[in-house]
Design a protein around this ligand. Structure first.
Ligand SMILES: [Zn+2]
Length: 378
């Protein structure tokens, strides 16, 4: 019940006047789905809003010092401090306004921009690591090794690092044997009060796929990004994995940012799916795809122990950042200089890959727009 209340409180926080800018949210329905105009998002989160016409594309930039949200009308890609998120629904242009779905506002933007308003997860002390596949189920294969072995190796490395930091660490499998998905989540759900769940996988594709992905449970009424084995019409239903919708997003953000900053691979984004280990999981949970085993070049990298150590480090750093970002904070946090640790988005994304601002220059710029960049971190 506590969790349910926390989720409700978050929804309210995302849509009530609260202490931030917007006095009201102008909810509007298009095709039976609720949206808010970006002007409301801009006011509420105190982000400057600019549009830029690039050929047929309308680009959108919401920015304040130290943070930027960059998207494109009719696209699901949204870059927050240059980390790629896949929206549940594309940005929509109607008349002369651009709209964001209410779902993306409450389940993506809000937990990413204000993770300190989630329930306090600073007490988390148990990490469930879930190396994908095992036994006869080898996962993706290559000439350089197979997914099940790579995943287990990363989990064992992360276990040692996390133990040294005082966490209790439990693995769903500790060696090369098969374990059904149902057992993985049944095991994890015993630790719903103070645990986190991280499933470790590597990708397979048609040979051209590259890069890292982070998956989290799709909220109700949100389509899966791709095939996930969920039952038909799964999106109509609330699943155990939806209990932690906002926490999942904050955890995914921390994981993906930490991976990007450590692994020399492309950013495929933070995506929604209903994989069993996410769907039936009552802990804050994510599923990592740490590169493509099916791509020979990437498989060679993944086969290097240093690569897998970096991935394990990313998991550890992300857990630290996630815990810190969700600690209770003063009602009115002091303004924070860019790069200073300890606050909201800057804290949770400070691990993001250091990129120069690829944000579009404002079309009719007055030259006074906020400069946006991601703080450089080691
Ligand atoms: Zn896998």
């Amino acid at each position: 019940m506590f969790r349910l209340l926390a989720v409700l409180a978050l929804l309210l926080a995302g849509l009530a006047p609260a202490s931030s800018g917007a006095a009201t949210w102008n909810l509007t329905s298009f095709d039976g789905r609720e949206y808010v105009p970006l002007t409301d998002v801009s006011q509420f989160y105190k982000l400057g809003l600019r549009f830029n016409q690039a050929g047929a594309q309308t680009q959108v930039l919401l920015a304040s010092p130290g943070r930027s949200l960059r998207g494109t009308v009719n696209s699901k890609e949204l870059f927050i401090n240059e980390v790629k998120f896949i929206l549940s629904f594309p940005l929509l242009a109607v008349g002369d306004m651009v709209y964001l779905s209410r779902n993306d506002l409450t389940k993506l933007i809000e937990p990413v921009l204000r993770p300190h308003r989630l329930r306090n997860l600073g007490a988390i002390n148990t990490i469930i690591l879930d190396p994908g596949h095992g036994g006869h189920d080898r996962g993706a294969t290559s000439a350089f090794g197979v997914e099940k072995d790579f995943a287990l190796d990363v989990a064992l490395r992360a276990r040692e690092m996390l133990r040294r930091r005082g966490f209790r660490v439990l693995l769903t499998r500790q060696a090369d044997y098969f374990i059904p998905l149902e057992e993985r989540t049944r095991f994890a759900n015993q630790y719903r009060d103070n645990g986190l769940f991280v499933s470790i996988h590597f990708n397979a594709g048609s040979g051209v796929g590259t890069g890292i992905e982070t998956y989290l449970m799709a909220p109700r009424l949100v389509p899966s990004y791709n095939g996930d084995g969920a039952p038909n019409a799964a999106e109509l239903q609330q699943w155990p994995g939806n209990v932690c919708d906002p926490e999942n997003m904050a955890l995914a953000t921390a994981m993906h940012s930490a991976m990007l900053s450590r692994l020399p691979l492309d950013d495929r984004g933070i995506k929604r799916a209903r994989f069993h280990v996410l769907r039936m999981n009552e802990l804050p949970s994510v599923l990592l795809e740490g590169g493509f085993v099916s791509n020979a070049e990437e498989a060679q990298k993944i086969a290097q122990p240093e690569f897998r150590r970096s991935l394990a480090e990313a998991i550890v750093v992300a857990i630290d950042n996630f815990k810190a970002a969700t600690q209770d904070q003063p009602a009115t946090p002091p303004p924070v200089a860019r790069g200073e640790p300890g606050q909201n988005l800057d804290q949770i994304i400070r691990e993001a890959r250091s990129l120069s601002p690829a944000a579009p220059a404002p079309a009719q710029s007055s030259g006074t727009g906020p400069k946006v960049s991601v703080p450089s971190q080691n």
